[in-house]
Design a protein around this ligand. Structure first.
Ligand SMILES: [Fe+2]
Ligand SMILES: [Fe+2]
Length: 310
């Protein structure tokens, strides 16, 4: 592990407690901002936003500070109804949470869910914005945040209890965490995967389940959603070809597919409008018995409900 770690330039403002360093031409680290001092943004900008570094030994404490700062920002944006800003903040939080060391970083996500839940539960106005906007983060982060918002919309529309809603949304947020253990070249590949690479890819639900169980004290249903999200009711899914699936696994299976069809540009099918994606799921997957019809109907109603507010 290096002694100094680069930080994202967009985050420079969020580091108050941390000393920040720059690297000079001789590759030496020079103090740029002292501990417990605000960042001088005018100076930072006039220096053309140089790459800043934090000392590795401060990393865990700094991460907590960063997430706290994001959470304050997220709560503010929720209150202001700034949905683009909300999504950007969640994407930043998730992106940080998926950095190593994973175990420590994942602990802050239940708090993120609390903030998002409080904001959404108190205003239906925000529901109309759930789909139809994009954020320029990484595809995986954007995918899990979209999945979270779709499941939250479903839960609120159908009046699910708060504890169940929080578990389901946290499960959505974490469902692909196992992909952090899959080689990047497989995740980033734009081509169809070879048989061997696909086999490696299909281990991500098991890996995700293990990561959540090992690092988080959350409802077992949350880890189960990660394990089951690629299983299908007819036994044709992976990793175990299981037919008997939890409610969270069945709901997430449909929402995950819907999200990929509508948002994810890396899917090997053409990207679809929401209605076209639902029709495809109905025509190709429900008839073959892959997915739960009742939950599919519930998802359609929650999406139509959303447009009723629009
Ligand atoms: Fe997945
Ligand atoms: Fe997924």
């Amino acid at each position: 592990m290096p002694d100094y770690i680069p930080i994202r330039k967009s985050q420079a403002l969020h580091y108050m407690a941390a000393p920040l360093f720059i690297k000079n031409a001789a590759d030496e680290f020079i103090l740029y901002k002292t501990e417990n001092a605000e960042m001088d943004m005018a100076r930072f900008q006039s220096d053309r936003c140089p790459q800043l570094y934090i000392p590795n030994e401060h990393r865990a404490a700094l991460y907590a500070e960063l997430q706290r700062s994001y959470h304050i920002l997220l709560a503010k944006r929720m209150k202001a109804g700034d949905i683009q800003g909300v999504k950007a903040a969640i994407c930043d939080i998730v992106q940080e949470a998926l950095q190593e060391p994973l175990g420590h970083n994942l602990q802050t996500l239940p708090e993120t869910i609390d903030i998002v839940y409080r904001g959404y539960a108190s205003t239906t106005e925000l529901l109309k914005h759930i789909s139809g906007f994009r954020y320029g983060g990484t595809t995986l982060v954007e995918h899990v945040v979209n999945t979270l918002l779709l499941i939250l919309n479903y839960c609120i529309f159908h009046g699910l209890r708060e504890t169940e809603t929080k578990a389901l949304t946290l499960g959505a947020l974490l469902h692909d965490v196992g992909l952090s253990r899959i080689p990047e070249r497989i995740i980033q590949s734009d081509d169809r995967l070879s048989k061997l690479d696909f086999k490696i890819y299909t281990t991500h639900p098991v890996l995700g389940h293990e990561i959540i169980r090992a690092h988080m004290t959350v409802d077992a249903a949350v880890a189960m959603m990660a394990l089951e999200h690629h299983e299908e009711l007819d036994g044709s899914g992976y990793p175990h070809g299981q037919r008997d699936l939890s409610f969270g696994g069945r709901l997430l299976g449909i929402v995950d597919t819907f999200e990929q069809l509508t948002f994810n540009e890396k899917t090997h099918r053409q990207r679809r409008e929401p209605f076209g994606a639902l029709k495809l799921i109905q025509d190709e997957m429900l008839r073959e018995g892959n997915y739960d019809k009742e939950i599919f109907r519930g998802l359609c109603l929650s999406l139509v409900g959303k447009s009723r507010f629009a």
